[in-house]
Design a protein around this ligand. Structure first.
Ligand code: SAM
Length: 325
């Protein structure tokens, strides 16, 4: 893609912010084992109403101004669970009006069946649905809630509404590692791209992720037992690498551990309280205040850019639930 030059916020590796991930709220209707530690935290994640989460108008004002300063290529709405955010469709319509070319969303799909058409009408084009198992018992083990069938209903509704759907599956040793092939079969049956994720050392897993890690090589080995596969070239700034089967079906792996992708990372994160993070590894958000001058925002954006790691993610106590996955 031909990109216009940025306004000059660039680091020594030539990295700039071109992608904005917005965490709309910090609560969720699932309790996935990689996000929250136990049932208490799950209940908290489900009931924490996040009183000071930004309203649509305030979020749009921040997004418009960031777009003015950074000329963003795309924006991804996430959370928490973004489909729980009141006014999601009007937020999407407002972002479209602001002129950001690509608007995407990451969801657990639980509420998708009833929202898919409205989101498409508002201007959403693409979404990633998190689905870690097809087997209902394993789905419950991963998410502490039922059911996979409901998420699959959401995926089908999204496809019917004309949305471009991808599936994301975090694969964890001893938890859902036997679901790689059933998930792959499901994705191929719907002609949808699936990406398998290596688990990241975040939140309560900060110091324990290693015991659950299923590596890119292990995932490829499992798939290679069934399919002949060949790698495809990596796209600039992409988190996923892709492979193609003999039948031309494509799947991806997001291998944060085995094949880190910090070197050309272009993501800026905005949380539900109006704070920015330049990197998932950083626990030091910078608060954006609309009263501040453009120069002050510029200084903060430069500080955020300096938070990026040169090569690899170094782990964080923050859960993706808070910072946005
Ligand atoms: N609720 C939405 C969902 O489930 O897609 C959006 C937020 S959720 C935090 C987004 C995604 O973050 C999860 O599905 C998962 O892919 C990813 N995620 C969260 N914690 C992770 C971890 N420790 N390692 C790898 N991926 C993680």
């Amino acid at each position: 893609m031909n990109r216009p030059e940025t306004t000059g916020i660039k680091d020594q590796y030539g990295r700039a912010f071109r992608t904005l991930r917005v965490s709309l709220l910090q609560h969720c209707n699932l309790g996935c084992v990689y996000c929250v530690a136990g049932e208490d935290e799950v209940r908290q994640a489900g009931t924490d109403r996040d009183g000071d989460s930004l309203a649509v108008g305030d979020l749009l004002a921040i997004i418009r101004r960031l777009h003015g300063q950074l000329q963003l290529d795309n924006i991804r709405l996430t959370g928490g669970e973004p489909l729980l955010y009141p006014g999601l469709a009007s937020l999407i319509a407002g972002i479209r009006e602001a002129g950001i070319a690509a608007i995407r969303l990451t969801t657990n799909g639980f509420l998708l069946e009833r929202q898919a058409a409205a989101l498409r009408n508002a201007g959403l084009e693409a979404l990633n649905v998190s689905l870690d198992a097809i087997d209902e018992g394993v789905f419950f083990r991963m998410s502490r809630r039922r059911s996979a069938a409901r998420v699959i209903g959401g995926i089908d509704a999204a496809l019917q509404a004309g949305l471009d759907v991808k599936i994301n599956a975090v694969i964890m040793k001893g938890m859902n590692d036997l679901q790689v092939l059933p998930l792959l079969d499901f994705a191929f049956s719907r002609k949808v791209r699936i990406r398998f994720l290596e688990v990241m050392a975040m939140g309560h897993l900060h110091n324990h992720a290693g015991q659950y890690l299923v590596t890119q090589e292990e995932i490829l080995h499992a798939i290679g037992e069934r399919h002949r596969i060949e790698p495809l070239p990596r796209e600039l700034s992409a988190t996923a690498r892709y492979w193609k089967t003999e039948q031309g079906q494509v799947f991806g792996i997001i291998a944060n551990e085995s094949e880190p992708f910090c070197r050309d990372c272009d993501r800026l994160r905005l949380d539900s309280h109006g704070r920015i993070y330049g990197c998932l590894s950083s626990n030091q958000p910078l608060h954006l205040d609309l009263e501040e001058t453009e120069q002050e925002w510029n200084d903060k954006l430069e500080t955020a850019l300096a938070q990026k790691q040169p090569l690899r993610f170094t782990g964080s106590d923050l859960s993706m639930l808070k910072i946005g996955g």
